[in-house]
Design a protein. Structure first.
Length: 353
């Protein structure tokens, strides 16, 4: 996939993948050089299917959003611990901070727990010269949007009903996840008939809720403890709409960029001995009015979870299966016998007058 991209992007005026034929013409192109280094013929490199690319894009989008979220959360924690600009540098504070994310989040919660918390956060993302005239409605709106995206990033890392951060760790450490685009799951209120059939209208009507209609990342992980008791293995299935995930990553990165600018401005303040090219990066601007997290994705399901094994100490699992949304979790209680095979039939025609 990367070789295909490297060839198609090497020269915007020449699309080498379509125009070249013959091994000699490929000799100086990325795939040709790649094959020559391995001592293999050019033809051994196969084209990557669009389906493979789509699932990889979903996986990379998920990883990018989480990377941005952890960067923002750790930068916020490092800056919130500093009481004076002359203290140890931000890079040192980032490097020396706690490794466990729950400890990092606890630092943030404690730092902004007072009545002055909102203003303390505003000073991390709003330019000092803009605040000299006092907090305006315009600035307050931007600060609140930034704060919402910080909270969204925290929710991605800790505390969600699904193991979102475990999925990220398994993406970046050995890629022990499964990305797939062949899973369609819908919740319908119409039960199947006694003969094992269900009308097509029941699957496409207004009462149908699509749970999975996009690529899905599947994760196998140990479930978190419940009341101090270990749980068994859990399957987590995460719906990934790449466009939505990348929009969320953009807003998280925007918040990080604003915070980075303010911190860098303080870092360079009064240092006249530095060359001209060493300066704080530009502020990315203010997202007045949004978008906020609920503007980007409010109603779409996040995913599902299913316990696979009982707790190591015995007894029933304390984490039931269910469907997770951004702000809620709906447990699933299975009763009766399962129907595994259904036949979809045409809707019955309306009665003739």
């Amino acid at each position: 996939m990367m070789l295909q991209w490297a060839e198609s992007d090497a020269d915007s005026d020449r699309h080498s993948l379509d125009a070249c034929d013959g091994e000699e013409q490929h000799a100086t192109e990325p795939r040709g050089r790649f094959a020559r280094l391995l001592g293999r013929p050019m033809g051994f490199i196969h084209e990557t299917s669009p389906r493979s690319i789509a699932t990889q894009v979903a996986t990379d989008s998920y990883a990018l959003r989480h990377h941005a979220a952890e960067s923002l959360v750790r930068l916020t924690a490092a800056l919130s611990q500093r009481t004076h600009v002359a203290e140890s540098c931000v890079w040192e504070a980032l490097s020396a901070g706690p490794n466990q994310l729950d400890q990092v989040v606890s630092q943030i919660r404690e730092s902004f727990s007072s009545a002055e918390g909102p203003m303390q956060f505003a000073r991390l993302v709003l330019r000092e010269q803009d605040l000299q005239g006092g907090m305006t409605e315009h600035l307050a709106s931007a600060s609140n949007v930034f704060a919402d995206w910080l909270e969204f990033g925290i929710d991605l890392l800790v505390g969600h009903e699904l193991q979102l951060n475990a999925a990220h760790n398994k993406v970046k450490h050995g890629l022990s996840v499964r990305a797939r685009d062949d899973l369609k799951v819908s919740f319908v209120t119409t039960p199947p008939s006694a003969d094992g059939t269900i009308p097509v209208g029941a699957l496409t009507g207004p009462d149908t809720v699509d749970i999975f209609d996009r690529p899905v990342i599947e994760v196998l992980a140990q479930a978190p403890k419940v009341d101090g008791h270990r749980q068994g293995l859990e399957l987590t299935q995460l719906r990934v709409d790449a466009h939505v995930v990348l929009a969320e990553a953009y807003m998280i990165a925007w918040t990080h960029g604003a915070m980075f600018h303010v911190a860098a401005t303080k870092h360079f303040e009064g240092r006249t001995e530095l060359p001209d090219y060493l300066a704080a990066p530009a502020h990315p601007g203010y997202p007045v009015g949004g978008p906020r997290p609920h503007h980007v994705s409010a109603k779409a399901p996040v995913g599902m979870r299913f316990p696979l094994t009982t707790p190591p100490g015995g007894g029933p699992t304390r984490r039931p299966p269910g469907i997770a949304f951004r702000d809620s979790f709906i447990p699933l209680i299975f009763t009766g016998s399962a129907v595994r095979n259904l036949r979809v039939v045409a809707d019955e025609p309306p009665e003739q007058a």
